[in-house]
Design a protein around this ligand. Structure first.
Ligand code: ATP
Ligand code: MG
Length: 617
């Protein structure tokens, strides 16, 4: 549904500090890219009349130095650990990340030309290709499940010979092959040269690395000597190179907006928020939820708005602000930057008044550098529903903790998601070998958004979907294969027990998944209904359908199967048998399984009887 741009967003008034939660309002301009950006002083109004209103984080004077707040902050710090904590609270080995040898890549790749005679005067900065980390690693908020994002920035000719991105990636790949027996184990090398932002992905000692590449233009040599990523240095880069350096620019800009003196408070709150988001199953950009950069911008906004808040209050404000934010009003750290810096290749920016597609974005979180982009463009309705529900729940729990009702462990407890619904849809993918499995899971995961979007059609039939952003390992006595499962809670909005057939909602997903050219024998996918009791051995698995791995293209064959002896492993699992299904409130609905079609629901008695209609409890 398109956004209603005529309505002014209203921010929270429900809390005791309601006035402090109402941020200043500015407007998006509807004029073209030649217009100058809105003034950055929060609170000032932007240009035109019928535009979407947005809020900048204008700081408010909310001085608090209450003892309890300081105490809660210290407790939060203690709880999360002093270093970079793991997703489950285990201290991560940051040393292992620092010694990956990435910084020596440029030397080893022989990108350096022989020193020019006569030796130049010492430059203010290194002239060699440089590895610059960005993302969570650079923000120092990474955890064991984080990747390391790095930009390899090649210096301009003649310091470094001209080297295209694909030349660089293939040279790096060759270089890795020569190092296979070294101390570093490099594996899973994949080059995505045609991606929107071309990237080389690999693992070093099991740690995921995402490496992007750009080379400065020769004409910017002088600027480069003074500043790596200044606006002048990046003049003339093509769009792909600009996108490649964008991650570094965004990370630097977030840190600069937060400010040095607020850095530690920001980090602590962000680490807490990321850990909470992973625990409740709403973390993961690729699946249409929110990822690292989204949460970093959201926390930075709150940080800017409450300049005196310590980490605990910042953490609390995060929930207060976003549980009442009037989406799709965008989260913006600074005004939209409509015009490129001089000499930059112009790029499309997020602007719902100009680009109809942008007007469909549900939860826009805009990056703070040119080109202003919506970093959460792929959040779908189902994901938004889950995010907002968890933020609401989080708000209640955190408010309780801040009032002294329990410690921080209340916030980071295992999710009750698997107790909330009577019926779930399980997507299970399996493969025969670990390496096939990794590739297959990555592929299925990249298509999960199609499934969730497809299931939104079930709303018309009275079924609301609640996806959980995590894959759970499948283990079981009879499982000789590697497997993992993704779950979607199904909430019936009906009370009349009508039949609901979900198979039409999953067809597109199964078609997209099964037609993968990289698919080999043993890569299979099942979509099945699962009822209640998820803590044990897979619960009451119900009418199930499997698309067999066949290798190569062609329509996946869908059929029912009885094979279902897996259990779940991973966080977020609550035991119990659906007795607390607070999302269902006694509603009942029936589903059917459909022969030859892609998938279904139903109950155990329907297995092997694909056309039988069965009742969902
Ligand atoms: P994590 O700990 O999950 O790795 P992260 O902050 O490093 O969190 P990534 O998803 O690894 O997040 O992304 C790394 C960087 O790439 C981000 O900091 C951001 O600069 C850029 N990036 C990633 N996704 C987007 C996006 N959707 N839009 C704009 N920039 C993005
Ligand atoms: Mg990362």
């Amino acid at each position: 549904m398109p956004n209603d741009h005529s309505s002014s967003p209203v921010l929270p008034t429900s809390s005791s500090s309601s006035s402090s939660l109402s941020p200043p309002e500015v407007q998006l301009t509807s004029s073209g890219s030649s217009s100058s950006p809105t003034k950055s002083t929060g609170g000032e109004s932007g240009n035109t009349g019928d535009d979407l209103k947005v809020y900048l984080p204008k700081p408010i004077d909310d001085k608090h130095d209450e003892e309890w707040e300081v105490k809660r902050g210290t407790e939060l710090d203690d709880f999360l650990g002093n270093g970079v904590e793991g997703d489950d609270g285990v201290e991560a080995s940051s040393a292992s990340r620092e010694n990956l040898g990435l910084n020596n890549l440029h030397n080893n790749l022989h990108l350096r030309p022989p020193p020019p005679p006569p030796p130049p005067p010492p430059p203010s900065k290194s002239l060699h290709p440089t590895i610059i980390p960005f993302g969570s690693y650079a923000l120092k908020v990474h955890s064991p499940s984080s990747d390391i994002d790095v930009l390899c920035l090649a210096s301009p000719p003649p310091l470094t010979p001209v080297m295209s991105r694909s030349q660089f990636f293939s040279r790096l790949k060759q270089y890795f092959e020569t190092r296979m027996n070294d101390d570093f184990i490099i594996s899973d090398v994949t080059v995505l040269i045609n991606a929107f932002t071309p990237v080389m992905k690999f693992k070093i000692n099991c740690i995921d690395i995402d490496l992007v590449y750009a080379q400065i233009k020769e004409e910017n040599l002088e600027e480069y000597k003074n500043e790596y990523l200044g606006k002048e240095t990046l003049r003339g880069l093509d769009a792909e190179s600009l996108r490649s350096v964008n991650g570094v620019l965004v990370t630097n800009e977030i840190l600069s907006i937060v400010g040095k003196e607020r850095g530690e408070v920001f980090r602590l709150a962000l680490r807490g928020i990321k850990r909470w988001a992973k625990g409740v199953g709403i973390y993961g950009n690729g699946m249409g939820f929110l990822g690292g950069v989204n949460f970093a911008i959201m926390v930075a906004w709150v940080c800017g708005r409450f300049p005196n808040a310590g980490p605990a209050r910042l953490f609390q404000k995060f929930f207060q602000i976003y549980s009442t934010w009037s989406f799709p009003s965008p989260i913006l750290l600074s005004p939209l930057l409509l015009s490129p810096p001089p000499g930059w290749t112009p790029q499309q920016i997020w602007n719902p008044t100009l680009n109809p597609r942008d007007a469909y974005h549900l939860l826009p979180i805009i990056t703070p550098c040119y080109p202003s982009m919506n970093s959460s463009y792929n959040v779908g309705k189902g994901q938004l529903r889950r995010i907002m529900m968890e933020v609401e729940r989080g708000r209640e729990v955190v408010d309780g903790v801040m009032k002294g009702r329990g410690g921080w462990e209340e916030v980071f407890r295992e999710s009750t998601f698997f107790n909330r619904f009577t019926n779930y849809l399980e997507v299970r993918c399996v493969a025969l070998t670990p390496s096939d499995f990794r590739r297959w899971q990555r592929w299925v995961e990249s298509k999960i958004r199609i499934l969730i979007a497809g299931l939104e059609m079930a709303a018309e039939q009275g079924v609301e979907v609640h996806p959980f952003a995590k894959f759970f390992d499948v283990v079981g006595k009879e499982m000789e294969v590697c497997g993992t499962s993704f779950f979607i809670g199904l909430r019936s909005l009906r009370t009349n027990g009508d039949i609901v057939d979900l198979s039409f909602c999953t067809n597109e997903f199964l078609y997209a998944v099964s037609n993968w050219e990289g698919r080999v024998q043993g890569m299979e996918i099942f979509v099945q209904g699962v009822s209640g009791g998820m803590g044990g051995s897979g619960g009451g698995a119900v009418g199930q359908q499997k698309v067999k791995g066949g290798g190569g293209k062609g329509k996946g064959r869908a059929r029912n199967s009885r094979k279902r002896n897996g259990t779940r492993r991973g966080n977020g699992g609550g035991g119990g048998g659906g007795g607390n299904s607070d999302e269902n409130k006694g509603n009942s609905t029936t589903t059917t399984t459909t022969k030859g079609k892609a998938t279904t629901d139903g109950f155990s008695e329907a297995i092997g009887s694909p056309t039988k209609k069965t009742r969902m409890r």
